[in-house]
Design a protein. Structure first.
Length: 128
């Protein structure tokens, strides 16, 4: 996949700091329950991820939750399951936003949205 042109540039370390700020801003009752969730920043979703989600390469995916949501976890699950993972995709967010303030808000919204999946919410049940 060839990278698409960005109109806004935020260095990766600064973008990662925005993701961490979004995580730090979570209410305590949620923050305590995501300690076993890996949150990573990736530049772009892989072609395999887009194919799995039946998305075209020209569609932008801002974030992705991979794992078993809390409401589906069970004591009786077989062991060896990987921990849940949230990917926040820097490239699509930067292409979507025009200002740094928009990036800050979109990162926050995307982090909250993906964490919502960890708690078992569907897209139409998200709080915004």
């Amino acid at each position: 996949m060839s990278p698409r042109k960005r109109t806004l540039t935020i260095p990766e370390p600064e973008f990662q700091a925005l993701v961490q700020e979004a995580l730090d801003g979570l209410p305590d009752e949620y923050a305590k329950r995501i300690t076993n969730v890996a949150v990573v920043v990736e530049d772009e979703p892989s072609p395999e991820v887009l194919a799995d989600l039946e998305m075209d390469e020209d569609e932008d995916l801002l974030g992705l939750y991979q794992g078993l949501s809390i409401d589906k976890e069970s004591f009786f699950q077989s062991g060896g399951q990987l921990p849940a993972k949230i990917s926040i995709y820097r490239g699509p967010i930067l292409r979507l936003c025009r200002t740094k303030q928009e990036v800050v808000q979109e990162v926050r919204d995307t982090v909250v949205h993906e964490i919502g999946h960890h708690f078992g919410f569907d897209d139409d049940e998200m709080p915004y």
